[in-house]
Design a protein around this ligand. Structure first.
Ligand SMILES: Nc1ncnc2c1ncn2[C@@H]1O[C@H](COP(=O)(O)OP(=O)(O)OP(=O)(O)O)[C@@H](O)[C@H]1O
Ligand SMILES: [Mg+2]
Length: 497
């Protein structure tokens, strides 16, 4: 036992079930994360899986582990924020010296009390000290079990939670040359406080309004066509539908007939669109930004997009709560709509993330061609990242309604031989279910959105053509496309019931 204790980290996470950990078992960064941090260190320090989150991107910063003492909306990374600890795992092959500067930057910019940096062999805790960030504890991975009490006094769950409750943080400074000589820094002493409760920030009770994002990072696969026609089909089922266009190409905004102007001088959307909604916490509520449309009967409300949205991305990226504003504003209209459908850009950008964070469900339209299939890997990793964020804000993981086969050729041989193969590939290789409905490649779907109307321009007294798009169900109610979208609406209603 003596020998084992020297060579291994041991903990009991369940009675009679010891977990042994030898830091030298960690061959790479992933093993440092899983074997050392997740299986050994976090439980040994008193953390439960609710207290920490793995692989979280905060703007341009991507962190391996984050610990929050409580969850609040919106996040502001100040000294009073509940972000208490960040942990970065590195490969045992790399010296930690090359990462110390980066960790110092993270601690400073996130106003966090402590940062842990480890490659399994070397274990360091950093913390703010005066105007600098200092290494406040350091030992080898092998020594961690023997020095657990010291480590716990700095970054144990109860300790970090208490520290965040006080106006100043606690920190112990260690002289790197005399590692056993731990001394308390007096001006950073802690007043013991009760450990705060972990509060979910998003209402957890079953809500009536359901939000569906329609997303694939591959362009031209039929996202917008799906959003517009599914919206129309659901409104014909008696649902109160809101469509949100989160793509700066604004194709949905065009397809629902909100762009009636030729000249930008007549741009009626410029001052009130989805960018304004996302940019302001307190102004531009959904009720103000949503427009009534005529592309479908009964009518569907639409929050228009605009080319200006593109310019706003970097500004919005720097605002921590930009990812949460839509969720907050949707809460205000929960009694006004039954279903919200969000159109997304063909990208992995901020707006795609915002859509996936706000949504309850996801439909992934795909023409099932090779590039669209390969793109599913990106879609899956974005879903994983977004689910990490959703966990932090107390939101359930995004529910996949499946890959919706779109723009599928009606050629009989293709349907018989090639299509089943392509569908199998999606399920087997990417592990994503296909939806039952198939949207065929049909001219009607392009034609209905390109419809125009001839009117007399009162300003110029000339006759002119303006866009007058219709949903395919309003355009040709008995067409195959109309039937397919009605079937899709039924399938969606069944799956989100
Ligand atoms: N089932 C279909 N049959 C025929 N044409 C279709 C079908 N679905 C979409 N299209 C046409 O394909 C083009 C791309 O469709 P759509 O705009 O819906 O794709 P998207 O995924 O939203 O594209 P983007 O990624 O650029 O936003 C459009 O011209 C549209 O009219
Ligand atoms: Mg589109």
């Amino acid at each position: 036992m003596q020998k084992l204790a020297q060579n291994s980290l041991i903990m009991m996470n369940k009675p009679n079930k010891p977990i042994f950990f030898n830091p030298y078992d960690c061959r790479n960064e992933t093993e440092v994360e899983s074997k050392f941090i997740v299986q050994y260190l976090l439980p040994a320090l008193g953390y439960s899986p609710h207290n920490w989150h793995q692989e979280v991107a905060l703007g341009s910063i991507r962190l391996d582990f984050l610990v929050f003492t409580k969850q609040i909306l919106p996040y502001k990374f100040t000294k009073d924020s509940p972000l208490a600890l960040i942990i970065e795992a590195k490969s045992p092959k790399h010296s930690l010296n090359r990462y110390t500067g980066k960790m110092e930057k993270y601690i400073r910019s996130l106003s966090v009390n402590y940062g842990v940096l480890t490659n399994g062999k070397d274990f360091r805790i950093l913390a703010p000290k005066d105007k600098d960030i200092a290494i406040v504890f350091r030992c080898s991975g092998r020594e961690v079990p023997d020095r657990l009490a010291e480590i716990k006094s700095l970054i144990g769950w109860a300790e970090v939670a208490q520290a965040r409750m006080t106006t100043s943080s606690s920190a112990q400074i260690i002289d790197k040359n005399k590692e056993n000589n731990v001394k308390i820094v007096p001006d950073l002493a802690v007043t013991p406080q009760p450990v705060p409760e972990f509060e979910p920030i998003v209402a957890t009770e079953e809500k009536k309004m359901k939000t569906i994002a329609v997303y694939h990072n591959k362009g031209g696969v039929g996202k917008t066509t799906t959003v517009v026609n599914l919206g129309a089909a659901l409104s014909k089922e008696g649902k109160r539908v809101l469509i949100i266009d989160l793509d700066s190409q604004a194709n949905t905004t065009f397809a629902v007939g909100l762009v009636k102007f030729d000249d930008e001088a007549d741009d009626t959307l410029k001052n009130c669109h989805v960018m304004h909604l996302l940019s302001s916490e307190d102004f531009f509520p959904i009720k103000q930004v949503a427009k009534t449309t005529n592309f479908s009967t009964p009518t569907v409300d639409v929050i228009p997009s605009h080319i200006d949205l593109m310019k706003a991305e970097s500004d919005l990226n720097n605002i921590d709560h930009s990812r949460l504003v839509l969720i907050k504003k949707l809460l205000d209209v929960e009694n006004d709509y039954d279903i919200v459908i969000i159109d997304t850009p063909p990208s992995l950008n901020l707006f795609a993330r915002i859509a996936l964070i706000a949504a309850d469900y996801l439909i992934i339209p795909s023409d099932l061609k090779p590039f669209a299939n390969q793109g599913l890997t990106n879609v899956k990793s974005l879903i994983n990242e977004v689910n990490g964020f959703r966990k932090i804000i107390g939101k359930q993981p995004l529910q996949l309604l499946g890959v919706l086969a779109t723009k599928i050729s009606t050629n009989a041989k293709f349907r018989e031989y090639t299509l089943p193969d392509r569908m199998q590939t999606v399920m087997k290789r990417y592990g994503i279910e296909l939806m039952e409905t198939i949207i065929s490649e049909k001219e009607d779907l392009a034609k209905c959105s390109e419809r125009t109307q001839t009117i007399l321009d009162e300003k110029t007294s000339y006759i002119k053509e303006i866009p007058d798009p219709l949903s395919v169900i309003d355009f040709k109610p008995d067409s195959d496309s109309a039937k397919e979208f009605k079937q899709l609406a039924q399938e969606v209603l069944r799956k989100i019931a």
